[in-house]
Design a protein around this ligand. Structure first.
Ligand code: 13P
Length: 250
């Protein structure tokens, strides 16, 4: 079984003062054997966050990147820039970017390829909307997103996050049965797209209203190899119990 990864996505939240939370998270991560821990703060906080976690097992990541190395792309950040700032991973294709920035599967794939080529771990996000789930299309939507968004090389630096859009920031989580069904389907798709051995090793995270109260049961579901956590990653008090829940399953 792949080593679990508990990753925090701060989205457009946080400040220099909030980096005290990273200190506390790093201290807890040192006690959490067998779990990888990451925090993805806004771009401006990456470098100071990297300084906070030096010498600890916590990795810092970005929340988006561009596929080009450099150029006339106002407002974007390249993978080389993330690497220079000390980031070790990057989230790509988050549903908020697919929705508000109209990112396509093709763009997400190019970003993931660039991230992996730059030496970053790419967390590729997929997930259906509520209307798609109600129409019985959840598995088909996720399968289509995977086919379009996944790079076919560099599986050792690839992570997939299943985040049903309707569960993000709503306090509603998918049921363990639904999570099991989608994660099993994602695992099958990963094996088909990447080959058996590589597809078996890619971590599949669940995301969407994960918190201290539901982490243990979600992390116990087959093929759930960790969590991508939004709101509950903003404070150590909320995030550390999720890390501990993952460590307790080891
Ligand atoms: P919440 O944990 O706040 O629902 O956010 C999930 C998410 O979008 C993580 O990327």
């Amino acid at each position: 079984m792949p080593k679990p990864l508990i990753a925090g996505n701060w989205k457009m939240n946080g400040s220099r003062a909030a980096l005290a939370e990273v200190d506390a998270i790093a201290a807890a991560a040192e006690r959490a054997n067998g779990v990888d821990v990451a925090i993805c703060p806004p771009f401006t906080l990456i470098e100071p966050a990297v300084r906070k976690v030096e010498g600890t097992p916590v990795a810092i990541g970005g929340q988006d990147c561009h596929w080009a190395e450099k150029g006339a792309y106002t407002g974007w950040t390249s993978c080389a820039m993330l690497v220079e700032a000390g980031a070790r991973l990057v989230i790509v294709g988050h549903s908020e970017r697919r929705q508000y920035a109209h990112e396509t599967d093709e763009e997400v794939r190019r970003k993931a390829e660039a991230a992996i080529a730059a030496g970053l771990t790419a967390i590729v996000c997929v997930g259906e909307t509520e209307a798609e789930r109600d129409a019985g299309e959840a598995e088909a939507v996720v399968a289509r997103q995977l086919r379009g968004s996944l790079p076919t090389d560099g599986a050792e630096r690839l992570v997939v996050a299943y985040e049903p859009v309707w569960a993000i920031g709503t306090g509603r989580t998918a049921s363990c049965d639904d999570v099991a069904a989608i994660h099993a389907a994602i695992r099958r798709d990963l094996r088909a797209i990447l080959g058996d051995a590589a597809g078996a090793q890619v971590r599949i995270l669940y995301g969407g209203s994960v918190n201290a109260g539901n982490a243990a049961e979600l992390l116990a579901v087959a093929d759930v190899d960790g969590a991508l956590v939004g709101g509950a990653s903003l404070t150590a008090a909320a995030f550390v119990p999720i890390v501990e829940a993952a460590a307790a399953q080891g």
